[in-house]
Design a protein around this ligand. Sequence first.
Ligand SMILES: Nc1ncnc2c1ncn2[C@@H]1O[C@H](COP(=O)(O)OP(=O)(O)OP(=O)(O)O)[C@@H](O)[C@H]1O
Length: 365
Amino acid sequence: MADVVEVCDAVKCFRTPEGGLVQALDGVNLIVAEGEFVTLLGPSGCGKTTLLRAISGFEPLDSGELRIQGRSMQGVPPHLRPVHTVFQSYALFPHMNLEANVGYALDVRGVAKAQRNRRVGEVLELVGLAGMQRRKPAQLSGGQQQRVALARALVDRPALLLLDEPLSALDRKLRQTMQRELKHLQHELGIAFVFVTHDQEEALTMSDRIVVLNGGRIQQSGAPAQIYDRPANAFVAGFIGDSNLYPLQVQNITAQGAELVHQSGERFWLGKQSGLTIGRQGQLLLRPEQFYLTCPGEGYAQLRGQVEQWMFLGKDFELLVRSEHGLAVKATVSDTARQIALQVGQAIRLWYAPQSAHWLEASSA
Ligand SMILES: Nc1ncnc2c1ncn2[C@@H]1O[C@H](COP(=O)(O)OP(=O)(O)OP(=O)(O)O)[C@@H](O)[C@H]1O
């Protein structure tokens, strides 16, 4: 697959009104392949919007390179880049009807009327708004307005669509519907998407690849499952999903794996892994859903503790357990908890597979 976007060593600093300097992008490298759905994810202020604005041409970089479809974007103004942005606020022209809003980019470029009308018709069909051409934005629902914004951005078939929190103004249900539609549309059109969101669930379900940013630096770039199951460092582990993260030291190495100890005396097991030596320090990641209340089979490790809190979530139970040595353990366990009839203060065992635990070396943690 050819690369649509290449960002090399992008650096961008802002001078703040208070007289300080903010490093919004601190040596960012990003490649987006043709047809890829890439999500930029990170806390507020991590540089997501700055990176999008640099790609679209609204924010010149201090240093670094940007190529779109192999062409350097040095000195190329936003309107001449093969890129459109869809914003959370839709940014529609309120006085124009839907057809004029969508056809605007083609009108500006002087596309012949017949071709223009055909393209507008096609793209409205695509986003499910055929027959609403004459409505003005105020006569549409939030979800419909977002579809117009999408249609407008897609009408001249850009190589790349940038989406800056496009769904965050929608309520939960509509948001989920739009997530599915957007993903379907992206697949159908084969256009590369760079999508910005705060919402980790949205990122995990929609993306081919997630790029996690913090403090203007890329922390990790990978497929959703890789980011979730094998985070590169403690920041990513803590930012995505619920996590139990314990600072531990390697105490012993056996044929099955490693025995790890917390300073409280609590012991954990980690599956076989290359490069581990006795005395190494790091953090162990165990996701709440990796625990079981009954031993699922051979080779599982156990953690004893007492139920401190429990909540029924409709399908699963969410438990807060205090381990024998005083560690807090979050566990999400399925239905079997019904038969066990949980009570606060009850002594229980939590089982986990040592090979599903993830070790973060101190240097990367
Ligand atoms: N024009 C500007 N002048 C000064 N500082 C800026 C400017 N634009 C952005 N910043 C700063 O640069 C950093 C990165 O901002 P950016 O908008 O890229 O973050 P973000 O990840 O998109 O955040 P959010 O999720 O809140 O939108 C922040 O610290 C922000 O305050």
